[in-house]
Design a protein around this ligand. Structure first.
Ligand SMILES: C[S@@+](CC[C@H](N)C(=O)[O-])C[C@H]1O[C@@H](n2cnc3c(N)ncnc32)[C@H](O)[C@@H]1O
Length: 203
């Protein structure tokens, strides 16, 4: 199931920050402004990867990061130590079946992970389950730009991107609809506004 993802991300772990750190930086900062985390809120970051976002969380919030790739999580753990983030917990866990009780987190952040997982709807349903009722779910993902030519090319190379573990083409609106999530607000972010950041209420 996630064996392929685990394999590719154990390779990417060593170069991830150098490659994607800057490329996705703008989206990360906008996401944190949109999340507007209040003191003592509990946050789950699904597919936390190397933990690029971890230093941005307020130290007063409980932050739980999960990922299937131990190598990516090892990098996140190094950041937790480096920045002395005692409010952060990290677990090796599959987002399609999480070991958290229902209604646990005030906010859930899924950054560049929904298009990577083989079963995105299952992940969204799990996110809804562990997020408190009326909590908020934030999904940030590469969705392609509005230019029709570039967009056609992106769809064409989508199977290759999928093989490389870099995500496949996903119709985010359809996916959210299937998960019975409606968008409360959204922003286009990153280079050429190729990524969408959406905020949904877990009603
Ligand atoms: C493109 S990286 C994004 C990392 C980080 N969220 C960021 O924005 O930089 C995708 C991450 O999702 C993780 N992942 C993929 N499938 C997963 C699953 N089923 N459960 C948990 N994490 C998963 C990968 O291991 C990888 O670390």
């Amino acid at each position: 199931m996630s064996e392929h993802i685990k394999r590719v991300y154990s390779l990417y772990a060593w170069i991830y920050d150098a490659f994607f750190g800057k490329i996705f930086e703008h989206g990360r900062y906008v996401a944190f402004r949109m999340m507007d985390i209040k003191p003592h809120e509990s946050i789950l970051e699904v597919g936390v990867g190397t933990g690029l976002s971890l230093p941005l969380y307020p130290r007063t919030s409980r932050v739980v990061g999960i990922d299937v790739s131990k190598d990516m999580l090892d990098k996140a753990a190094a950041k937790k130590d480096h920045y002395k983030l005692s409010n952060v917990e990290l677990y090796t866990m599959d987002a399609t079946s999480m070991a958290f009780a229902d209604n646990t987190f005030d906010k859930v952040f899924a950054s560049h992970v929904i298009t990577v997982v083989p079963e995105p709807l299952k992940v969204l349903n799990e996110i809804k389950r562990v997020c408190k009722k009326n909590g908020e779910i934030f999904v940030l993902n590469y969705t392609g730009c509005n230019n029709p030519i570039i967009s056609r090319f992106e769809k064409f190379i989508s199977p290759l991107r999928d093989k490389l573990g870099l995500g496949k083409h996903v119709d985010l609106d359809e996916l959210l609809k299937s998960a019975h999530l409606s968008i409360e607000s959204e922003r286009r972010v990153n280079f050429l506004e190729m990524c969408r950041l959406v905020r949904c209420k877990n009603s």
